[in-house]
Design a protein around this ligand. Structure first.
Ligand code: AMP
Length: 395
């Protein structure tokens, strides 16, 4: 990576302003998945080991749209982080102004504080320079570790980096290393798996990956749109009518690199206990039925395509994995990836739903890397420059 990191700068005696991604799912006031906080902990521990004056953490949470919303307070993240790093983590009820200044001034030497949700201010998502300066004045140097927000040009990641010296945190560095390296110099065979609901959000990533991979395996709702583009009747399946044209173009240009499911698990309702059966790829989906997962022949064939691969990138579930009845394809592929990791492959899960699926399958720790950013990892895989990374100091 050609960006400077937290290891390249002097932190001693300085107020270190850190953009973390604590955009975690909440269940009331309790955090239902603390993966993102856990992922930032090594960076914070590293900064603390360099004797800073203070560590000042900021993040967004959800979409409060510039208003203070009690249910989107970051307060629950402070004790969660504290338990992970074994240090007190204080909380400031505002990310700018007197409340932030006073809380920071009251910190003991080397203290850690988390500021309230940056999106309680409209200036955050507008990347307002005045708001960015108010955040920036709280620190002497800026560390960006928020990979999950790196595809957005907001005040707390891009605006602040225009004011302070800005370098990457350890998590950001790791994300870039895995995702960018996989694309730039993949060990072959290189196989990508794409699933999820829609083709439309993934057209660019399909194009970028087709230029790099040896095989691109398609599953999930996205496969339905490709089948419909081939003229198959998909009945009640999720099909994106407005993406049929582009799906046809992709099929025409992809050649045999792009593979579609050989069979599908269909159901007579979008419900956990719906009647279900498996049909082949040449069969129309009967009226009133819909395709909700890949079938056993596809699991077998995709597993075979993954065997012996040296690099595997996966984004998007193979079916409606939120319902156990339609999670078989997704979980089987997660298992296949874990096996290939053990065989020496580099396996990368591109955040979002596929990361959640690997977690649910209990296999996340058997992957080489599970990204903390869904949207950001997709954009990196598309080969785009992410604004939150572009703005960091070059080595
Ligand atoms: P995405 O955000 O595009 O990665 O889509 C993830 C969502 O796609 C998950 O919530 C899945 O339930 C859903 N999904 C996957 N396969 C299907 C399918 N065959 N039909 C409908 N939804 C699906």
């Amino acid at each position: 990576m050609n960006k400077m990191t937290v290891r390249d700068v002097d932190l001693e005696g300085r107020r270190v302003l850190v953009r973390v991604d604590f955009n975690v799912p909440l269940d009331g006031a309790s955090i239902s998945d603390d993966t993102r906080i856990r992922a930032a902990a090594p960076t914070i521990a590293y900064i603390l080991s360099r004797q800073p004056r203070a560590v000042i953490l900021m993040s967004h949470l959800g979409r409060p749209k510039g208003e203070r919303k009690a249910e989107l307070s970051l307060a629950p993240a402070a004790p969660a982080l504290s338990a992970m790093i074994g240090e007190e983590v204080r909380f400031a009820p505002n990310c700018i102004g007197e409340e932030a200044w006073a809380a920071i001034a009251a910190l003991p030497e080397g203290g850690v504080i988390l500021l309230e949700n940056t999106r309680f201010h409209g200036g955050e998502t507008q990347n307002d320079p005045a708001f960015a300066r108010r955040l920036a004045e709280l620190g002497d140097i800026f560390i960006n570790d928020a990979f999950g927000a790196a595809h957005r040009a907001h005040a707390s990641n891009v605006g602040v980096a225009n004011v302070l010296t800005a370098v990457a945190g350890l998590l950001l560095e790791k994300e870039i290393d895995y995702l960018a390296t996989a694309l730039e110099e993949p060990q072959r065979p290189f196989v990508a798996i794409l699933g999820g609901a829609k083709v439309s959000g993934k057209i660019e990533v399909i194009g970028a990956l087709l230029g790099k991979v040896d095989h691109l395996l398609i599953g999930g709702g996205m496969a339905n749109t490709f089948f419909a583009a081939q003229g198959r009747d998909m009945a009640d399946s999720l099909v994106e009518a407005e993406a049929l044209e582009i799906a046809r173009d992709i099929l025409a240009s992809a050649g045999d690199k792009l593979r579609l499911p050989l069979d599908q698990r269909i159901a007579d309702a979008f419900e956990p206990n719906a009647n279900q059966r498996v049909i082949g790829a040449a069969d129309d989906v009967p009226a009133g039925w819909q395709s909700l997962d890949i079938g056993p022949a596809t699991i077998e064939a995709y597993g075979a395509a993954l065997r012996g691969a040296r690099t595997i990138v996966w984004n998007g579930p193979m079916g409606v994995f939120e319902m156990p009845a339609f999670a078989k394809g997704t979980f089987a592929l997660a298992k296949a990836l874990a096996t290939e990791t053990a065989n020496g492959a580099t396996t990368i899960i591109g955040g979002g739903d596929s990361a959640a699926a690997a977690e649910q399958a209990g296999l996340a720790d058997q992957m080489s890397h599970v990204s903390t950013g869904g949207g950001a990892s997709l954009e990196l895989l598309e080969g785009k420059a992410l604004p939150g990374i572009a703005v960091l100091a070059e080595r």
